[in-house]
Design a protein around this ligand. Structure first.
Ligand SMILES: [Zn+2]
Length: 95
């Protein structure tokens, strides 16, 4: 039960997969969701719902203020509605 490196390593990995994630918009606790074949991540936030964020956006807009993120999310939501996508996908074009 204790002191086994291999076991704790495995537990750690499982924990990483269901990792708590910080919402890039409001910086509160969110969940990572699996979005499949997409160059980015899916976020489930209590405040902002479910949305996708491209890796390039995370790289560029890590320190961008929440108001601009929310505007980008709204832009992505409009596009998702028009394209009948399940989730809004925030790309660098939304900022
Ligand atoms: Zn949020």
């Amino acid at each position: 039960m204790r002191g086994r490196d291999s076991k704790s390593g495995r537990l750690l990995m499982r924990e990483t997969m269901t990792e708590k994630f910080i919402c890039p918009i409001c910086k509160s606790e969110a969940e990572l969701i699996n979005v499949g074949l997409f160059d980015g991540i899916g976020v489930r936030c209590k405040t902002h719902g479910e949305f996708e964020v491209a890796d390039s956006v995370l790289a560029v807009h890590k320190d961008t203020e929440a108001a601009r993120w929310e505007a980008a999310l709204n832009s992505a939501k409009d596009k998702a509605k028009a394209a009948q996508q399940t989730w809004p996908r925030i790309t660098t074009y939304d900022f």
